[in-house]
Design a protein around this ligand. Structure first.
Ligand SMILES: Cc1cc2nc3c(=O)[nH]c(=O)nc-3n(C[C@H](O)[C@H](O)[C@H](O)COP(=O)(O)O)c2cc1C
Length: 194
């Protein structure tokens, strides 16, 4: 193979790969449009590097007074994931097929903004998952006493931490429509006064 030909092929590959990423990087709105809750996953493991990437994004989320009241428990054990599926009567079935999960536990005694802090970290994970080509869904646990206790026991979370939610993760095995910019709830927006 001559040198020039090799570089053309290499350049095309690099461009093809960065274009997909660039689409999101350049335009955050497009990433938001694509992110949907995914509840069915392919039987394909999620690379640990990708999970670590999501966690880095979570660790950069803003928190009230920068108190960082959250902790994250990564779950990849299939038996535990399937048990998580039963943590609620409705709304936890994404763990029938999830290939990983991230439990978000928050120290509620540290700050009165703990729920917001945990939710922002969760949203960073959801958006980063979409950017990494993964599907994800928020499974709410906090306030559902039995669910919270079950997740706490399965993942050994100390009693002084509230269990906010578990994010299910995996490669997508369902199609969801992107958000349509034409159909957003613009009537929710008020300018200057309600
Ligand atoms: C605070 C919160 C709690 C949620 N809890 C659940 C849940 O327990 N189970 C579930 O299947 N989806 C849950 N979801 C996902 C929502 O149902 C979903 O975000 C909403 O229907 C909008 O759809 P989209 O994420 O595809 O845009 C939750 C989302 C949020 C933000």
């Amino acid at each position: 193979m001559n040198c020039q030909f090799f570089f053309v092929i290499l350049w095309r590959n690099v461009r093809a790969r960065t274009e997909t990423l660039y689409e999101y990087m350049e335009d955050f709105r497009t990433l938001c449009q694509h992110r949907r809750s995914i509840r069915r996953y392919a039987n394909r493991p999620v690379e640990r590097e990708k999970i670590d990437y999501l966690l880095q994004c979570a660790l950069m989320s803003p928190s009230g007074k920068r108190l960082n009241p959250w902790e994250f428990v990564v779950v990849t054990d299939e038996a535990v994931l399937r048990q998580l599926s039963g943590c609620k009567t409705y709304g936890s079935q994404m763990f029938d097929t999830a290939m990983a999960g991230i439990v978000i536990a928050v120290d509620s005694s540290l700050t009165d903004t703990w729920q917001c802090d945990g939710a922002i970290a969760a949203e960073h994970i959801l958006l980063a998952a979409e950017e990494q080509g993964l599907g994800a869904c928020w499974c709410h646990v906090f306030g559902r006493d039995e669910s919270e206790q079950m997740v706490r026991e399965l993942t050994s979370i100390p009693e002084n931490y509230a269990v906010l939610c578990v994010i299910s993760l995996g490669y997508k095995n369902e199609e969801r429509k992107n958000y349509d910019l034409e159909k957003l709830l613009y009537n929710k927006i008020h300018t200057e006064k309600w």
